[in-house]
Write a new protein. Structure first.
Length: 164
């Protein structure tokens, strides 16, 4: 059986520290390493356009096979930056927004197509790994599943969180 691991990037340096060297903090590298050691064998790694996505994959122990310039989940007039952290039930809210916003639906469908394509790159028994950002992963998950039990999905994704 094939599997897909989708993870939010790891912990990053703060403020001016980000201007030098890597974007991930030492704590972020260590956390990503620990998560990477617990992952199944990943035969294909796909990341978003942000350098912290690539650094997270490498810290997990994986070379990046493909970097994709996909659109942000923050859609002007629909979802502002980090809105998902202000919502009591972010996945329920994303369901409503996906129904109301063709622009957000387009973003989710674009990401989901890349996730599916990553699965096409691997053999049975392998996993594909996708590294992205919060605010981009959550609406794609909602678009991918027809579940009405979204209230039980919890909060927005923290660093290194994500579904299999």
């Amino acid at each position: 059986m094939k599997s897909l691991e989708v993870r939010r990037h790891s912990l990053t340096k703060q403020r001016t520290e980000r201007e030098r060297g890597s974007l991930l903090s030492t704590e972020g590298v260590r956390a990503a390493r620990a998560v990477g050691e617990a992952l199944p064998d990943c035969g294909y790694v796909l990341t978003g356009p942000d350098r912290r996505h690539v650094e997270t994959a490498i810290a997990m122990g994986y070379a990046v096979d493909e970097l994709v310039e996909w659109p942000s989940g923050y859609v002007e007039g629909v979802v502002d930056h980090h809105d998902q952290w202000r919502w009591d039930q972010p996945f329920v809210r994303y369901r409503a927004l996906l129904h109301a916003s063709p622009a957000l639906r387009d973003v989710a469908e674009t990401h989901l197509a890349h996730w599916r394509r990553a699965l096409d790159q691997i053999r049975e028994g392998e996993a594909a790994l996708v590294i992205s950002s919060g605010g981009s992963i959550e609406p794609v998950l909602v678009a991918a599943f027809a579940s009405d039990e979204l209230a039980g999905w919890g909060s927005a994704l923290h660093q290194l969180d994500g579904p299999r």
